[in-house]
Write a protein that binds this ligand. Sequence first.
Ligand code: GDP
Length: 140
Amino acid sequence: MSVERTLSIIKPDATRRNLTGAIVDRFEKAGLRVVAQRRMQLSTAQAEAFYGVHRERPFFKSLVEFMTSGPVVVQVLEGEGAIAKNREVMGATNPANAAAGTIRKDFAESIEANSVHGSDAPETAANEIKFFFSDLDIVG
Ligand code: GDP
């Protein structure tokens, strides 16, 4: 397996409950390194663009409202097989289906307010990292 980079977002339900450090700790304990990080308020246009693939889904409007309801922490995680490792540490989209010990099992409030985002494949990881960060922002 090779060293990869993936885009992670700590979502507004988690920043609201002051869980940023607890969530970063899960990633670090799993061997992932934070190589870029920014706390920010997403605009509606930014949230719509980021989740553009879900534009036709019934939950799109609600998802955009949720993602703009408070600050997020966007970060690049680096490590061996980082894309799959991040998804494993996050757990299933719906916390009701998430495995024990995962971030979503332990912290998520609902299928929508599920505390974290993680890229799902190498191409999306590259595009999602570029959405938020320039090469100069990432220090491995
Ligand atoms: P992920 O890759 O596990 O984040 O899941 P998806 O790419 O399928 O969905 C993106 C995000 O949309 C999820 O993380 C949730 O925040 C939200 N979402 C997914 N499915 C639903 C749903 O059925 N209802 C609502 N309200 N939100 C959803």
